[in-house]
Write a protein that binds this ligand. Structure first.
Ligand SMILES: Cc1ncc(COP(=O)(O)O)c(C=O)c1O
Length: 389
């Protein structure tokens, strides 16, 4: 099977925004859409729909090494993050999170604590994108923390968070731990039998499933009052009312299984391509900086600041490459990347940063094209902006 066809004249390097649909996901989604059945109905059609959902639940659980009963299907990671933080905050206490988190966590945390800003602690990150552990321990020492929410991998830089010491310290003081694992799931192994987080969010379209489907992992046995965002028929054990999106969920499950099987080979191949891309750009474009280069990172991401070349102009000058300025969620907005500012970059540096993100279907041809186009674009923009002596 080949992957979903996309524009052959385009090097698609924006997997952190969304990945092409895996063929297995497309097949499972189409197959479910060709049948009729509400997963809550008890007749044969309903049972067929619910068996597709059950299969997908097991496929997602297998990817994470958890139990299928710990998976709650949602519309994406945004909803999963909202659900996790709302429920944990309702236990009473503070929310501790990081300044480089995705807006789906940051804005949720701010909204929940709007009436008492003292109940939100935002941890700084260092210039390599790592959470300030001294600030983390100081926050925990207040002994009033309900939940610590730190992302497993940053969407802009790919920088990974070492969750083990965070979980250990938080649990010692009775705080719950949530991780927004949207960018790591399907790209690097996640083993929930080893990583003892209580809650984890994911989004299917980042690993080749359909958009609009995600999940919240809720560890069995944790004491959490559920706080649904949607009230209604009580689906998903009350966490998420509404008729299940059977076709989307089936596609998410199939993508999870395909990603799990291919993961080690894909991760190695993607890392190799990313390293070629980075080395070529550094050498040929010159005067640039790889953000988070000294940290452990996802295999497929590179965030590059091309000094003296605003990213919007660079992107416009390379129409045959799909990359992004900062993160996709904030591109189009005039504000600079909050992640890069949190890492101590100037506004000018943040505005001159391009994120290339690779994935399972990226080829060396895509990389060759991206290098040629990006180097030409950066030179062109720098020349146009150069102040004559
Ligand atoms: C780290 C992270 N969290 C959450 C989200 C939100 O995912 P979705 O839009 O699928 O809900 C994204 C999407 O870019 C992300 O990168």
């Amino acid at each position: 099977m080949t992957h979903q066809s996309h524009d052959v004249g385009l090097a698609y390097l924006d997997y952190n925004a969304t990945a092409p649909t895996r063929p297995e996901a497309l097949a499972a989604t189409l197959s479910a859409m060709r049948t009729v059945g509400n997963a809550s109905s008890t007749h044969r059609s309903g049972r067929d729909a619910s068996s597709r959902v059950d299969l997908a639940r097991r496929q997602i659980a297998d990817l994470l090494n958890c139990s299928h009963g710990e998976i709650v299907f949602t519309s994406g990671a945004t909803e999963a993050n909202n659900l996790a933080l709302r429920a944990a905050f309702a236990t009473g206490g503070k929310i501790v999170t990081g300044r480089a988190e995705h807006p789906a966590v940051l804005e949720t945390a701010k909204a929940l604590t709007a009436e008492n800003s003292g109940s939100l602690i935002l941890l700084p990150v260092d210039e390599d994108g790592l959470v300030d552990m001294e600030a983390f321990h100081a926050a925990l020492a207040t002994n009033e923390v309900a939940i610590v929410s730190l992302m497993a991998a940053n969407n802009e830089t790919g920088v990974l968070t070492d969750l083990a010491p965070i979980v250990e310290a938080a649990h010692e003081l009775g705080a719950l731990v949530h991780t927004d694992a949207t960018q790591i799931v399907g790209r690097l192994p996640i083993d929930l039998a080893e990583t003892d987080v209580d809650l984890l969010s994911l989004s299917a379209h980042k690993f080749g499933g359909p958009q609009g489907v995600g999940a919240l992992f809720v560890r069995r046995g944790i004491s959490l009052p559920y706080r649904p965002l949607l009230f209604g028929g009580g689906q998903e054990r009350g966490w998420r009312a509404g008729t299940l999106n059977v076709a989307g969920i089936a596609g998410a499950g199939a993508a999870a299984e395909a990603a799990r099987k291919a993961l080690p080979a894909e991760a190695a191949h993607i890392a190799q391509l990313r390293d070629v891309l980075e080395a070529s750009l550094v050498e040929q474009a010159g005067d640039c900086r790889i953000n988070g280069a000294l940290s452990q990172r996802l295999p497929g991401v590179t965030s590059i600041t091309f000094h003296g070349a605003p990213a919007d102009a660079v992107l416009a000058a390379m129409p045959d490459v799909a990359a992004s300025e900062g993160s996709a969620c904030s591109s189009g907005a005039p504000s600079p990347s909050h992640v890069l500012l949190a890492m101590g970059r100037s506004r000018e540096e943040a505005d001159s940063t391009v994120r290339f993100s690779l994935g399972y279907a990226t080829t060396s041809h895509d990389i060759d094209r991206a290098v040629v186009s990006a180097v030409r674009a950066v030179r062109q923009v720098r020349t146009a902006l150069a102040v004559p002596l």
